[in-house]
Structure formats: structure tokens, C-alpha cells
Ligand binder design. Structure first.
Ligand SMILES: [Zn+2]
Length: 231
């Protein structure tokens, strides 16, 4: 209807938002942990940086591959469901119409109105009505595999670049505390930002991200230290 301004809903951007936050978070945690682990084994600064760069490239590629495969298989499943729906509509239109009316009735419409709505939407675009209201598939929920892969890889690189840059700039003597402290700070900022953009509680978002990040860094530094002692 002309003139009505639709309000902003975060679900419209959920696909890339989720991929971007996960990618950046993973980049910070895995690369900072790798750097702290290698540094704990008391090697040279250049060895730490080489390990960090290798971790960045490997992580970005695996994020891209993982996201591409998972989103592609999700879209394959959706396409298969839509193809089955198209077949059912072609072979048993009456049953499909009754099914659609039943869905609207379950959502609160009275039987008569539900039947009318189902009939009109079926007349306009039956497949679209069933895809949206029966299968729950819509443009906002189905992500594009390549876009998701690129967003994941790029956000991983940005996330990983932060502790790597810090490790490069920090005097080697203070590398471990500086990388640990700045990485936790980056996680606090990311956790708060992600929670705010997702409309969730900021405190909880920060706590969740920094707790797991700190745990990962501590465990990896511990393993690195053990290897340093053993070698
Ligand atoms: Zn159907």
C-alpha cells in the first residue's frame, strides 16, 4: 500500500551479519592463540610472525570453504524442497490448497477467511505462497553461498590481522601480554558490537565472546609453553 514506510528488521541482514561476526571472532581467537602458543615455546619474533601469517591464510581459506559448503548444502536442500512442492502443486492442487488454508487457520484466521486467503494467494503465485508459508523459505533467510564465503574469509582476515599487527609492532619481550590484552580488548569490542547489531544484551554478548577467547588463548599458550620446556 503506497506511503507506508516499513520498519527496519535485523533479520533482513542476518545471513551476512552472522558470517561476518563469526569470521572476525574466529580470526582474533585462533590467530592470537596461535601467536601466544608459538611465543610461549620461546622462538624468535620472526618465527611467531610466520606462524601468525600461516594461521591467517589457513584460517581464511578454511572459513571460506566451510561457509561455502554449508550454505550451498542448505540451498541445495531448499531447492529440493521447492522442486517437490512444485510437483505436488502440479499433481494435487486441491490437497495443497487445503493444506495452505489449514496453515492460515493454525495461525489464527477463521476457516472461511483462511480458505479465501489461500485461494487468492494460490491464484496469484501458488509456489511462492507454499514456499514462504509452508516451507518457511524466503529471500531474507536464504544466504548466497559465495557471498557468505567471501564475508567469512574477509572478516577472518580482518580479525586475524589485529593480533598479527600487534605481534609485529610489540617489542618481543612484551609480545605475550600485549597480544593477549589487545586481543581480549578486540573481542570485547566485537562482542558488544555483534550483540548490539543483533539486538541482544551487550553484557552477555561481551562475556560470552571474551570468556571463550581467553580460554582458547590460555590453553594454547599452555601447550606452547609445555612444548618449549620439552624441546
Ligand atoms: Zn504445499
Amino acid at each position: 500500500m503506497a506511503g507506508i514506510q516499513s520498519e527496519y528488521h535485523r533479520t533482513q541482514h542476518i545471513g551476512w551479519l552472522r558470517a561476518a561476526v563469526l569470521g572476525a571472532n574466529d580470526g582474533i581467537v585462533s590467530t592470537a592463540s596461535l601467536i601466544l602458543g608459538v611465543a610461549a615455546a620461546s622462538v624468535t619474533q620472526s618465527a611467531v610472525l610466520v606462524a601468525g601469517v600461516a594461521g591467517l591464510v589457513a584460517g581464511a581459506m578454511s572459513m571460506a570453504a566451510g561457509e561455502y559448503v554449508s550454505v550451498s548444502s542448505q540451498s541445495d536442500t531448499e531447492q529440493a524442497d521447492i522442486a517437490r512442492e512444485r510437483h505436488e502443486l502440479a499433481t494435487d492442487g486441491a490437497r495443497e490448497l487445503a493444506e495452505l488454508a489449514a496453515i492460515y487457520e493454525r495461525r489464527g484466521l477463521d476457516a472461511n477467511l483462511a480458505q479465501q486467503v489461500a485461494t487468492q494467494l494460490t491464484a496469484k503465485d501458488a509456489l511462492q505462497a507454499h514456499t514462504r508459508d509452508e516451507l518457511g523459505i524466503s529471500d531474507t533467510t536464504s544466504a548466497n553461498p559465495l557471498q557468505a564465503a567471501l564475508v567469512s574469509a574477509l572478516s577472518f582476515v580482518v580479525g586475524a590481522g589485529l593480533p598479527l599487527l600487534t605481534a609485529w609492532l610489540a617489542p618481543y619481550l612484551y609480545l605475550t601480554p600485549v597480544v593477549a590484552a589487545t586481543s581480549l580488548l578486540f573481542l570485547v569490542i566485537l562482542g558488544g558490537l555483534a550483540a548490539h547489531m543483533g539486538g541482544a544484551g551487550i553484557g552477555k554478548g561481551i562475556l560470552r565472546v571474551t570468556f571463550w577467547g581467553a580460554l582458547a588463548m590460555a590453553c594454547t599458550a599452555g601447550v606452547g609453553w609445555l612444548f618449549g620446556v620439552a624441546l
